[in-house]
Design a protein around this ligand. Structure first.
Ligand code: IMP
Ligand code: MG
Length: 180
């Protein structure tokens, strides 16, 4: 797997520092109030599990799953596969957590969905932000790292289902794209 990576963009040490920074911000936002971290599957599972373990205040955990048609590097139409039960959303303050904010479609759709289902407040937190790709007006409330307009893998992010288990964020060698 490592041999498919052309270069490392964000190292493990940099990721840890970024998570600590973000965890302090989340703690400041929600100190003294109840909230639920909503992890967007599959991409944010690693980020969310590291993040919540650095947050020293009580929280609940929930999951949503969304996928966009267009399996490869281009986003397609968004399908929501999983949402928490009604009583896990109604009246709750929620922090929606995803791996990357790209066109903005996923986060905007999911935020709207949670608000429509009765969440009182939905904030958004992303591991990576790729502002160059934004197709609609949407900004995350909290971001760990901004990245340039490159397709990246690792730390939860996949290419065709693979590379989520890389402990760093990297760029694939061009021939890996061409092979698949
Ligand atoms: P958006 O809906 O266009 O903002 O895209 C968000 C989703 O696209 C993310 O949750 C990722 O699953 C996927 N995605 C966007 N950019 C990348 C990338 O560089 N690498 C891997 N997945 C990506
Ligand atoms: Mg993906």
């Amino acid at each position: 797997m490592h041999q498919d990576i052309e270069r490392v963009l964000i190292s493990e040490a940099q990721i840890l520092a970024g998570i600590e920074r973000l965890a302090e911000q989340v703690t400041g936002l929600y100190e003294g109030s109840e909230f639920t971290v909503v992890s967007v599957l599959k991409g944010s599972c690693i980020f969310a599990s590291d993040l919540i373990r650095s947050i020293p205040i009580p929280l609940e955990l929930a999951f949503v799953a969304a996928r966009s048609y267009g399996d490869r590097t281009e986003a397609g139409e968004l399908v929501i596969d999983l949402v928490p039960a009604g009583n896990e959303i109604e009246g709750k303050r929620m922090l929606l957590v995803d791996d990357i904010l790209d066109t903005g479609q996923t986060m905007q759709r999911l935020k709207t969905e949670l608000l429509e289902r009765g969440a009182t407040d939905v904030k958004t937190c992303v591991f990576l932000d790729k502002p160059a790709r934004r197709a609609l007006e949407f900004e995350a409330d909290l971001t760990a790292f901004e990245v340039e307009d490159l397709f990246v893998v690792g730390y939860g992010l996949d290419f065709a289902g693979r590379y989520r288990n890389l402990p760093y964020v990297g760029v694939l060698k061009p021939e890996v794209f061409e092979e698949r």
